[in-house]
Design a protein around this ligand. Structure first.
Ligand SMILES: Cc1cc2nc3c(=O)[nH]c(=O)nc-3n(C[C@H](O)[C@H](O)[C@H](O)COP(=O)(O)OP(=O)(O)OC[C@H]3O[C@@H](n4cnc5c(N)ncnc54)[C@H](O)[C@@H]3O)c2cc1C
Length: 416
């Protein structure tokens, strides 16, 4: 069903009781042209673009839990593209161009809101690093600008720029075209679009083994719903990538850390933009419901628990109260965690693998939500054609052997 003023009015007349399910929930077929492991935003976007742009719709997206229940539904939804290297500007810039038209593309409101993302500098090193990013970004045509502390406060009036606080604000890098989007809606919109084009989305279907023939090429997967045959598998399992790839005998250059976030009770609008601070590991924006959405840093050790350490939440809230004193008596409603998969150079992996027919999209760490449309788009090309396009090519797995790294430690090591 196409969403429009007419369909809304028609459903209103029947008390909104006749809206159809937004995607089909079929039983798995015995064979698919391609299987995607993981129904997060990246996996669903991949399936959508495979069907739409490459005409390959005999595809299954297998999800061990519920659609969007991984990091996609757990993140703080910050969208920006001000990374350092050209390769990163390629992939994040590609995604950044797709966001403004995504609601129209999917006929589903993803609530993209380019309200501006401000990254605070608290010391000399921050300032030097952010100015370097600004120069590199502007050479590449990516908007990013330097603000004095007073300009930063004007952009976000609740920001504390007192020079005597523990981490005083020395300035900020502002990407005005950055912002937020509704994370669930991104997953739901891609699921709806993919399903309408014939892709089977199968929830509660965990991949337990990757099946291979005598030559080593993939032949299918064993799941909690039985065996499913295919010649092509795309693993898009974020924090569980190492576990899934080990099923094919591959050891990935990844570490999986818990990363957590919190939301407050709802307030009237107080926060017009997104503010991030790498130095104190705290990030904040305001949702359309009025809750303040707060992101913390990763735990200091690897783990597969989808929850973060309480001490991390405490130190994040201390930093938030110092940066935004009006929050000091605010009540927190809930906190939760996800598992983020980080690479040694803090850049993603979009790649073929040494196993014929096995492809992987992972390593987005603390900041992959923003890349969802671009990542799905280029990974669909890789799966459909067997070769990466020029945007995906720098993110091949063999860069960890060749040493041709894309080091985004400053832009992405802690920032979202
Ligand atoms: C607290 C938090 C805050 C964040 N904030 C931001 C932010 O502000 N901005 C930003 O850009 N990014 C942010 N991120 C990162 C971002 O959420 C992720 O990079 C992105 O969502 C990854 O999407 P995905 O589709 O690859 O993974 P996921 O959404 O995690 O999807 C992977 C799916 O694979 C499934 N799966 C795993 N193993 C199997 C199996 N064996 N069989 C079947 N299915 C399997 C999982 O259940 C999961 O649903 C944040 C992450 C967290 C945790």
């Amino acid at each position: 069903m196409k969403f429009s003023a007419v369909s809304l009015a028609r459903q209103a007349l029947s008390g909104h009781k006749d809206w159809p399910a937004q995607w089909r929930s079929p039983e798995p077929k015995r064979y698919y042209d391609a299987i995607i492991v993981g129904a997060g935003g990246h996996g669903l976007a991949t399936a959508y673009y495979m069907a739409k742009e490459h005409g390959i719709a005999n595809v299954a997206v297998l999800e061990k839990g519920w659609l969007g229940g991984g990091n996609t539904g757990r993140n703080t939804t910050i969208i920006r593209s001000n990374y350092l290297w050209e390769a990163s500007e390629g992939i994040y810039g590609h995604a950044h161009k797709l966001w403004p038209g995504l609601s129209q593309e999917l006929n589903y409101n993803v609530m993209f809101s380019p309200r501006g993302v401000m990254l605070l500098a608290h010391n000399h090193h921050d300032e030097q690093a952010f100015r370097r990013h600004i120069h590199a970004n502007r050479l590449a045509g990516i908007p990013n600008e330097w603000l004095t502390p007073e300009q930063a406060r004007d952009f976000c009036p609740i920001l504390n720029i007192d020079a005597n606080i523990r981490y005083p604000v020395r300035g900020a890098a502002l990407q005005r075209t950055g912002g937020t989007a509704r994370h669930d809606a991104v997953a739901w919109g891609y699921a709806r679009g993919a399903s309408a084009r014939g892709v089977d989305i199968i929830q509660n279907c965990e991949v337990k083994a990757i099946l291979r023939d005598a030559s080593g090429a993939v032949t299918g997967v064993e799941t909690t719903k039985g065996e499913i045959a295919t010649r092509k598998i795309g693993v898009v399992a974020a924090g569980n990538t190492s576990v899934v790839m080990a099923m094919a005998g591959l050891r990935m250059p990844l570490e999986s850390f818990p990363l957590q976030a919190l939301v407050s009770e709802p307030l009237k609008p107080v926060m017009p933009c997104v503010v991030m601070s790498n130095a104190v590991h705290a990030y904040m924006s305001q949702s359309d419901k009025g809750e303040l959405v707060i992101g913390a840093g990763t735990d200091g050790y690897v783990s597969y628990s989808q929850t973060g350490g309480p001490h991390i939440a405490v130190s994040t809230l201390e930093a938030i109260c110092e940066m935004f004193p009006i929050t000091s008596r605010l009540k927190m409603l809930r906190n939760w965690g996800g598992i983020v998969d980080t690479t040694p150079d803090r850049s993603p992996i979009l790649s073929k693998t040494p196993v014929a027919g096995l492809y992987v999209n992972c390593g987005w760490g603390t900041g992959g939500f923003k890349a969802t449309p671009g990542s799905g788009h280029v990974f669909a090309h890789l799966l459909a054609t067997g070769e990466p396009n020029e945007i995906a090519a720098p993110f091949a797995l063999d860069r960890f052997r060749s040493g041709n790294l894309v080091n985004e430690a400053t832009a992405a090591a802690v920032a979202h």
